[in-house]
Design a protein around this ligand. Structure first.
Ligand code: UT7
Length: 331
């Protein structure tokens, strides 16, 4: 049975860099509060006219180039986003059209902050069962258009951001390399702790002026509860995915946690007993791009030479759903 290896990575951030100082102008917050409570110094937000699938296409083009492949070499697309450009169809087909990738299948995965880990698990399963050999896996979000940038929305507006990351996953026959396993979970009891109420098909009609005025279309979060669960679930999941492979945290060369809050990443690191050089964070520059954080960080690590063949890499994520999970792979 083949395993899956990463053949190439790419990322794309929109042009508009939004500093904490800029946010201070529209809400009651401060650069100091944002840095100390979240670690974020700046983030990238789209400007009018930017399209989510186009951000993904730019990241995918980078990933294809690094892999030395063309879009026509792909067998499938798995696209993680919680902020699709349209209600339907999903962003996968728009990306397929933009890349001119023929009629290959393209699906969306809607598991929010854990989106990239879940999308990777789908692509890995397709590869391991022999169905496909080269799959484009994308994590992309435009969060900024559904953030309340007044003081009422300050607990989400300062955190969430836009961006895209992409990975080309390929079948590998060489023993000892590639994705070793996943640990995936959901807990729908907490679905409304981090959610966007509308527009939704349960509402008749799905979009109304009244709902707009009530702020139903904004991302809403019980920050403390999400934080409390995140710092418990991510370490648990990392331990589980390693144990299943007969490995321990001392075997980790690099952990890339979902970039939700620098304090969360630091707590996860402490609970796992990892050193600073075993954990990669970039939330300071990019904020929380939801499904985009892990592939964006992975691309930075690949391009800066942070990963070398044989390294044990662990990815872990927690977020809206609640959904969480981890992936362990031998680079
Ligand atoms: O992507 C995965 C899902 N997301 C996460 O994992 C995020 C998880 N949660 C968090 O990161 C943190 O809970 C936040 C950064 C959202 C909030 O930090 P906190 O330390 O948990 O603050 P808090 O919610 O306990 O609020 C403390 C105070 C409150 O004021 P009062 O009630 O004490 O007067 C908030 O209103 O901080 C206030 N506050 C702010 N003040 C200035 C909340 N947001 C801001 C802000 N600027 N942006």
């Amino acid at each position: 049975m083949p395993t899956s290896i990463v053949l190439g990575t790419g990322r794309y951030l929109p042009d508009r860099c939004v500093t904490n100082a800029e946010l201070e102008r529209s809400m009651d917050t401060s650069d100091e509060w944002i840095r100390t409570r979240t670690g974020i110094e700046q983030r990238y937000w789209v400007t009018e006219g930017d399209v989510g699938a186009e951000l993904a296409a730019k990241a995918a083009t980078e990933a294809l180039a690094l892999a030395g492949l063309h879009a026509t070499d792909l067998d499938a697309i798995v696209y993680a986003t919680s902020t699709p450009d349209h209600f339907c169809p999903g962003n996968g087909v728009y990306l397929q059209r933009l890349l001119d990738a023929g009629t290959i299948p393209a699906i969306d995965v809607r598991t929010q902050c854990s989106g990239f880990v879940f999308a990777l698990s789908v692509a890995d399963a397709w590869i391991r069962c022999g169905m496909y050999r080269r799959i484009l896996v994308v994590g992309q979000e435009i969060q900024s258009t559904r953030l309340d940038v007044s003081t009422a929305g300050r607990n989400t507006a300062v955190i969430f951001a836009d961006g895209a990351g992409a990975v080309i996953l390929g079948a590998n026959e060489e023993a000892g390399r590639g994705i070793l396993g996943f640990d995936l979970h959901a807990d729908g009891q907490n679905a409304e702790k981090l959610w966007v109420d509308g527009p939704g098909a349960i509402y008749h009609p799905p979009v109304t002026q009244q709902a707009l005025e009530a702020g139903k279309y904004f991302l809403s979060m019980d920050g403390r509860e999400v934080f409390r669960h995140a710092v418990q679930r991510m370490p648990e999941s990392v331990e589980a995915v390693l144990t299943a492979q007969g490995l321990t945290t001392t075997d980790i060369d690099l952990l890339i946690p979902h970039q939700a809050n620098l304090r969360i990443s630091e707590m996860v690191q402490r609970r796992l007993g990892l050193q600073d050089d075993q954990v990669y964070n970039n939330i300071q520059k990019f904020g929380n791009t939801t499904a985009g954080t892990i592939p964006i960080a992975l691309d930075e690590c690949v391009r800066s030479g942070r990963l070398t063949p044989g390294d044990l890499l662990v990815l872990t994520a927690f977020g809206s759903g609640f959904l969480w999970g981890s992936c362990v792979l031998r680079w």
